[in-house]
Design a protein around this ligand. Structure first.
Ligand SMILES: Cc1cc2nc3c(=O)[nH]c(=O)nc-3n(C[C@H](O)[C@H](O)[C@H](O)COP(=O)(O)O)c2cc1C
Length: 205
């Protein structure tokens, strides 16, 4: 057997870092986003990008993902907001209590919103139909997870929005001015939790 000292050193280095990150309870190092074809936007570029949340979230849908390289979950969402709050660009995702992904968002400081081209629609349909409690979404969809800025997204995404969790609040029946929404959307009383996330980085292809 020929031992390649350089390759061995790379493996050793990788293991040292991996153990360090795991022991510290931290995420692994970032994916090389540039090598994967992503460009990181500056704050000015984020504001100038002209994202259309009505289309991106409402029509194209997104994956909401949280966790780290060893344990993460993702689900499809088509409800949410993008805008400005507390002087910063932010998003809101609304997650029902029974979603497995909610556990990951609750236990994480960060979450991501990932947007895809139409060819990934079937993967989004799958992630919106089945729970990560019952299936392996990575295996079933071919989604390739990547670690990015303290959270997880996917190689196939065309836009990745990394968010720092800033605020979480359970919706409550008393607070609905529009009682019609209660009967239309919450016959099982499974009110969404709304999560506001400050946008910390955006990557586009
Ligand atoms: C198009 C579409 C949009 C969805 N939007 C939301 C949403 O905004 N909030 C939510 O809680 N669930 C939404 N869902 C349902 C979750 O994606 C679905 O229950 C998923 O299986 C949850 O997976 P998990 O248990 O692995 O987290 C949506 C599903 C689809 C197909």
């Amino acid at each position: 057997m020929v031992i390649n000292p350089l390759e061995n050193w790379e493996n050793l280095r990788y293991n040292i870092y991996e153990n360090y990150y795991r022991k510290a309870g931290m995420n692994m190092a970032n994916a090389n986003m540039e090598a994967l074809g992503f460009k990181k936007l500056t704050t000015e570029e984020i504001e100038a990008a002209g994202f259309n949340p009505f289309k991106m979230i409402g029509k194209d849908w997104m994956l909401v993902t949280a966790g780290d390289e060893s344990s993460w979950n993702t689900m499809t969402a088509s409800w949410g907001f993008m805008g400005i709050i507390w002087g910063k660009p932010a998003v809101m995702a609304v997650i029902r209590p029974q979603r497995y992904t909610k556990e990951f968002i609750d236990n994480s400081d960060y979450f991501t919103l990932s947007f895809f081209d139409e060819d990934m629609r079937s993967a989004l349909l799958y992630c919106g139909k089945y729970s990560g409690r019952d299936v392996d979404k990575e295996k079933e969809t071919g989604l390739k997870p990547i670690c990015i800025d303290g959270s997880v997204s996917f190689e196939q995404a065309k836009t990745v929005v990394v968010c720092k969790k800033a605020y979480a609040q359970d919706m409550s029946e008393d607070c609905f001015a529009d009682k019609g929404a209660v009967s239309a959307w919450y016959p099982d009383n499974d009110y969404h939790t709304s999560y506001i996330g400050e946008i910390v980085s955006v990557y586009v292809k």
